[in-house]
Design a protein around this ligand. Structure first.
Ligand SMILES: [Fe+2]
Length: 433
């Protein structure tokens, strides 16, 4: 099956021994949901979602990474997505758009970025500390060149348009959220980002505005959950528990813009190509205890509703939401977590804010694997506030507040101001907010 993992990496397992919290915020969130929706609805949802996952996972196993839609920038920028693409994107929650930047341009940008990092390596901070690959770099000329590229901005707008909202308070006009870059040398094992979902962790249960996004699920009807409703999502507080892992801004899609080639086991990314049912399962999981007999594990009716204990597998307030094989067995991770197909410089990978993904633990290639993290961010009232502040911060030499970084990037060697931005780019960076 194309894209399947051959040998499961040594990512952590979130079993009963390491995920039970005595923290009052966990207890309160669980109690509030049981009180609001009732045990019967949660039980009905659990049975339904496990049943749905049976056929969803069968399809992923059958198709492997061929289930991930691949689109071509020329076509998408000219005509938008075809109705067939929209259907597949909405189901899988992810896509690849090839050729957003011309390959030669992306290759040139990579060389510039690599030089910039080398020139400023004494000042820049990075992660992991022992084997630096993710750089706390946000306002560099290369990142800004990609973000403000007319083709990139246009694609962001098209992607934002996959969400809907009748409130009239939002639009697909793209705003730029400053995120970092990666320049990962080969032959470094990296297990720090196994299967996980960003956009908060406990906030999904604990913040009433966020919980509302998942009302259909908790009400016993996971099949009615609309993962693309910006009208509700725009008000969700993702960072109720502030930490650098949590973006305070809603990202319609998180995104990778590739600056070098990458493929399976060579610094790639793995996706779990289903969005709605996976999220429903993850949210319901803390309300149920697995059967004692291992043989019954896939039988949802044998899981016991758990009102009192407080086991949220893979949930820590200051980290993204993690998942694992043993804690989330109905997701059949070993078979369904797939590598994206081979990527070339200038290609982009996009995934819904609720999508489970993982960073390739291996990089056995010969060259650095480099990507710029650039999301598609629609305009919403909450986002406008952050982006306005983000711009004021970076112009003053401060790194954006979400990152908690402390480097004055305007003093870096080779730094370029925003002077040459187009009007369109200035709008996306928040100059008119
Ligand atoms: Fe992530």
């Amino acid at each position: 099956m194309p894209g399947q993992i051959q040998k499961w990496p040594a990512w952590p397992e979130y079993n009963a021994e390491n995920g039970t919290s005595e923290d009052q915020d966990f207890i309160n969130a669980k109690e509030a949901i049981i009180q609001e929706f009732g045990p019967e609805n949660l039980q009905r949802a659990w049975i339904q979602v496990c049943k749905d996952l049976s056929s969803i996972t069968d399809e992923i196993v059958r198709k492997g990474n061929e289930i991930i839609p691949i689109c071509y920038a020329e076509e998408v920028l000219e005509n938008g997505f075809s109705s067939g693409d929209v259907e597949r994107i909405k189901k899988t929650g992810c896509l690849i758009v090839r050729g957003v930047l011309p390959r030669t341009e992306a290759e040139k940008l990579y060389l510039q970025l690599h030089r910039y990092i080398l020139d400023n390596q004494d000042t820049l901070t990075s992660w992991p500390v022992e084997t630096p690959s993710m750089y706390d770099l946000y306002d560099s000329p290369v990142q800004n060149a990609i973000r403000s590229h007319p083709r990139h901005l246009k694609l962001q707008r098209v992607l934002n348009g996959l969400w809907h909202d009748k409130s009239g308070e939002t639009s697909s006009d793209p705003l730029i959220y400053y995120d970092g870059v990666r320049d990962r040398p080969p032959n470094q094992v990296f297990l720090g980002l196994g299967p996980h979902i960003d956009a908060g962790s406990l906030s999904r249960w604990a913040a009433p505005t966020y919980r509302k996004v998942y009302e259909a699920i908790f009400s016993g009807h996971p099949e009615d959950h609309d993962a693309w409703d910006l009208g509700v999502r725009k008000d969700a507080v993702q960072d109720l528990f502030k930490a650098p892992a949590h973006s305070s801004v809603f990202r319609a899609f998180q995104g990778w813009t590739a600056l070098t080639p990458s493929k399976a086991r060579e610094g790639s990314i793995l996706l779990y190509p289903n969005v709605a049912a996976t999220m429903a399962y993850m949210l319901l999981r803390p309300f149920f205890n697995p059967p004692e007999d291992e043989a019954d594990i896939m039988d949802a009716s044998k899981w016991k509703f758990d009102e009192s204990s407080c086991h949220f597998p893979g949930t820590e307030k200051d980290l993204s939401q993690f998942l694992s094989r043993s804690s989330h067995p109905h997701l059949r991770f070993e078979e369904c977590m797939v590598y994206v197909p081979e990527i070339q410089p200038g290609d982009t990978v996009w995934w819904h804010s609720d999508l489970c993904h993982a960073v390739d633990p291996e990089h056995e290639g010969t060259q650095n694997a480099s990507v710029a993290f650039i999301a598609a961010v629609p305009t919403t009232p909450m986002t406008k506030v952050y982006i306005k502040q983000q711009l004021a911060d970076v112009l003053a030499g401060l790194q954006p507040s979400d990152t908690q970084g402390r480097v004055n990037e305007t003093l870096l060697k080779g730094y370029k101001s925003h002077e040459n931005f187009s009007e369109e780019a200035r709008r996306a960076f928040g100059y008119y907010l």
